[in-house]
Ligand binder design. Structure first.
Ligand code: ATP
Ligand code: MG
Length: 557
């Protein structure tokens, strides 16, 4: 009993509604769907919808469909169909062979419209779009009935057929549901359900010159596929009475139940298609998959994993109230996901040479290094070590500031996984910039040798110069900063000028042979990095920083 109670409390409101439907015998199974319009790339908000719908189907032992809501040919492109399929699969939302296109239901939709006409529930209307709007009224004013509202069934059937047969110009006539012009819900005031529009459809070509409106088409699509729970975002709440009206009047058995949840909004990101389009056109970002964007393709390119997005969606949960989620939470999830899974490598992003003056010339020593100290299952690798190394420029200071424990003349530090070294000085160029740091090492202090003689306060990482591979690293910051204001006064985006930093001569250990696109690593002290899928080649590796190691975001207490 105790356990049971807890389980109920932890369920979200959608699960509670599903439980109720199942216990009352409204349905004996669960079937959900993700219904994208193929008019753009999917973004993090869609990922939430996909994982939510898929997750519910899985939880209840039901099925999940992927259905393209392709009833509006003007904006749709086949290119998007393919990218959407790829994204849904990548997220792990399995739809098996249940890939559907709403356009394949055009005949059923037409038949439903005819049924409504026969029942006196739909009529052909000759008012113009402007007139229809005017007659509709508003929140304060009830609507006015169309003068065509009382056409006979026969006349409506004939006119609707003529609409289908191409007898009328675009916009000349529409089919409207005949519901209630005085309804307080404007969606119920005889909404348009079919329009004449000569548009070539990517799937049905020129077969149709009339197309159904979303509010009519969507419930029929759900009903045809025996969807039980049609989960959508809050803006459709006011459309639910129409949804219910359509499935009822079209006489579907066991009609679906629409449930709304709040859209996911993230801080400090740009999701609006209009803005992204402009960023792409102005060459500010590298296409829709630029790693600073939050399209699913961009997140994948940046190095996010399906697991991290699933964790994120679970943490965010579902709600009935719109709110924004901190971008840092997404970063928290990818850190958590990669922390134990990926090897920790040494990479130098801002190199300076370190020479160990008392180390033998032309000698390469191979040191055993654990791939991930917290996860012994990842094993060990051999890392070359020699007289000349690269270290981070910031790990040396000729005149140390207070509490600086790294290299400065006279100070001893540990070279991670290797020896203790004592800094002896540095060389400078004519401008006074440090070019080389010198030190001596103590052979007794080799890591793993059991040496416990002295303590040092600083440990720095390094890469052996003779075997180092030069690579490119790209560091990212958010493209906009909400605290500084997302938009300028003229409505344009207030862009962060530092959103991309390209570091061309970074050095990594020679352990990246065979690294492939999307492979990710922890670079000790520098963050998590992923091989760029677009620009990286085996000869010239390009890494995207997924996320730094530190975060201000804390989960729980
Ligand atoms: P956008 O305007 O951002 O492209 P959309 O709603 O037009 O979004 P659709 O292709 O119509 O995109 O949406 C497919 C599904 O994804 C719908 O069920 C929609 O409710 C859901 N969805 C879209 N944006 C979000 C979001 N930010 N959070 C959660 N679900 C979303
Ligand atoms: Mg849409």
């Amino acid at each position: 009993m105790e356990d049971n109670k807890e389980e109920i409390i932890s369920k979200n409101f959608i699960e509670q509604e599903i439980d109720k439907d199942l216990s009352e015998g409204v349905y004996n199974h669960v079937q959900t769907r993700f219904p994208p319009e193929p008019n753009g790339y999917l973004h993090i908000g869609h990922a939430k919808s996909i994982l939510l719908n898929y997750g519910l189907a899985k939880k209840y032992g039901g099925k999940f469909n992927l259905r393209f809501d392709d009833t509006n040919p003007t904006k749709e492109k086949t290119e998007f169909v393919e990218s959407i399929i790829e994204d849904v699969k990548w997220l792990g939302a399995e739809f098996d062979d249940r890939l559907y296109f709403a356009s394949n239901y055009f005949q059923e939709m037409y038949d439903c419209a005819v049924l409504l006409i026969r029942k006196g529930k739909a009529f052909v209307c000759d008012l113009t779009a402007d007139e229809i709007r005017e007659y509709r009224g508003d929140f304060k004013t009830p609507g006015k009935e169309s003068p065509y509202r009382n056409r006979s069934v026969e006349e409506n059937l004939k006119l609707f057929e003529e609409m289908k047969d191409g007898k009328y110009k675009d916009g000349e006539k529409v089919l409207r549901a005949r519901i209630d012009m005085s309804s307080p819900n404007i969606n119920m005031r005889d909404p348009v359900i079919y329009r004449v529009a000569r548009m070539t459809h990517h799937n049905t070509g020129d077969t149709w010159c009339i197309y159904p409106m979303y509010d009519f088409a969507h419930p029929i699509e759900d009903a045809i596929e025996h969807i039980t729970h049609s989960i959508c975002t809050l803006e459709f709440e006011d459309h639910r009475p129409l949804y219910d009206w359509v499935v009822k009047e079209c006489e579907f058995e066991n009609p679906p139940h629409q449930i709304e949840f709040a859209k996911l909004y993230l801080t400090n990101v740009v999701t609006g298609k209009r803005y992204i389009k402009k960023l792409v056109e102005d060459n500010i970002v590298d296409g829709w998959e630029d790693p600073r964007l939050v399209s699913i393709a961009a997140l994948r390119r940046r190095g996010y994993t399906p697991e991290s997005l699933r964790m994120f969606v679970d943490l965010v949960g579902v709600s009935k109230a719109n709110s924004s989620v901190d971008y840092a939470m997404l970063e928290y999830c990818i850190r958590e996901d990669l922390k134990l899974k990926r090897p920790r490598m040494m990479a130098i992003l801002d190199p300076i040479k370190l020479v160990i003056d008392n180390y033998p010339e032309d000698t390469t020593e191979y040191l055993n290094v654990a791939n991930n100290l917290e996860n012994p299952e990842l094993g060990e690798r051999k890392v070359p070590f020699g007289k000349e190394l690269y270290i981070e420029r910031e790990d040396f200071m000729e005149e140390p500031i207070k509490k600086y424990f790294r290299l400065f003349p006279g100070n001893e530090v540990r070279l991670m996984n290797a020896y203790f070294v004592t800094c002896t000085g540095c060389e400078k160029d004519e401008n006074g910039n440090v070019t080389v740091v010198h030190c001596t090492y103590d052979p007794e202090t080799k890591s793993g040798s059991g040496f416990e003689g002295r303590k040092v306060k600083g440990t720095i990482h390094w890469v052996a110069a003779s075997t180092a591979q030069e690579v490119e690293c790209r560091l990212y910051e958010n493209i906009v900063d909400e605290e500084k204001g997302k938009l300028n006064e003229d409505g344009s985006l207030n862009l962060n000028p530092n959103s991309l930093t390209v570091l061309k001569n970074c050095y990594v250990e020679p352990s990246f042979e065979g690294a492939r696109a999307y492979d990710s690593y922890q670079f000790v002290r520098n963050g998590f990095f992923c091989i760029d899928c677009k620009d990286s080649t085996p000869e010239h590796l390009v890494f995207n920083r997924i996320v730094s190691l530190k975060s201000s975001f804390k989960i729980g207490k």
